[in-house]
Ligand binder design. Sequence first.
Ligand SMILES: Cc1cc2nc3c(=O)[nH]c(=O)nc-3n(C[C@H](O)[C@H](O)[C@H](O)COP(=O)(O)O)c2cc1C
Length: 384
Amino acid sequence: MSSEDTKKTLLFSPVKVGKLTLKNRVIISPMCQYSADRGLPNNWHTVHLGQYAIGGASLVFCEAAAVEERGRITHGDLGIWSSEHADALKPIVSFISSNGAVPGIQIAHAGRKASMQRPWFGNGPLNEADKARGEIPWDIVAPTAEPVNSESLMPHELSINEIVSVQEAFAAAAGYSDEAGFEVLELHSAHGYLSHTFLSPISNHRNDAYGGDLDGRMRFTLETVEKIRAIWPSHKPFFVRISAIDGIDNGWDLDDSIVLANEMKARGVDVVDCSSGGIAGVVTASREPIGLGFRLPFSERIREEADITTMTHGLILEAKQAEEILQSNQADLIGIAREVLFNPYWPRHAAYELGVDPEFNDWPEQYGWWLTRRESHLKKIGQR
Ligand SMILES: Cc1cc2nc3c(=O)[nH]c(=O)nc-3n(C[C@H](O)[C@H](O)[C@H](O)COP(=O)(O)O)c2cc1C
């Protein structure tokens, strides 16, 4: 096949993010596995994340890693609060890098959504049945002493000193992430977790400098961004995931997100990762309409009005759909989550489908050599 037969696409063109060039625009979105022990990863995490590097994504995000122990959603969350955690993540980072992808990590604090059951044990607050299995609830924190809803645990309202110590934990986690060898860092400021609860008027009813008007509610997140950027090396890209809208009455809205995106850009954030929902329960409880690529309008406006690189995700299912999003300037980076649970080689199959890699040249040689021969056999028997 001549080189004219291979197609040029945006999805599989390199893109510069901060000072780093990604080989394509397919990003593995962070996905908690609830399978760690005391915040430490194991072979599950290596294989889970490693398969996505083999699968052809340019950047593989490791799931939300808690910056302190009480900031885990469940007992099974990953953590990044010590050198022990950084050391345990090194083999994963090394596997991802040596298989052609960039290793990224999302750092997080679950705030009032901490001390929960793993999804398959109920997804609610830890209770007596969990205690019997050895999963003891712990005290949780938030901007205001208000639970997510009537079934949730009551959080303790963070004092100013406690706020500063949580922000320092975020900065320290950025240091441990660098120590582990990650090349990209994302701050989780979405889905009703701690940073998002400071932003949203639904969950922040403080009457000090960290609450009140938009400036007050943005203070926690923006100071945290500054503290992380001071530690996270300037040549390494810094993403922030936000819930662009709360999707409920009188909540955080898209205009607020545009103001926030501009402020974050001024503080050295390279990418706004546009998510939505989660302030008053699970993300899917938001009343925003859900459809294919339903977060694109958020990404498109933030990209245009804050003049910043955006990533988005949410029911982006097909290669052509992803390519059209990029061609129509609705986002710069395509995050994929559940589709790669279904098919970890989604990026390689997309490249095949779009005619970018019809001869399996970009596949690992352990696989590509065989797939080329499989293709010629299929042609001979009329199956291609
Ligand atoms: C198993 C699973 C775990 C997830 N964990 C995280 C997480 O750690 N951090 C986060 O910001 N989003 C998390 N998400 C949300 C995804 O990153 C993604 O935004 C969402 O699933 C929408 O994309 P999709 O339609 O391609 O799945 C998770 C999603 C799934 C399915």
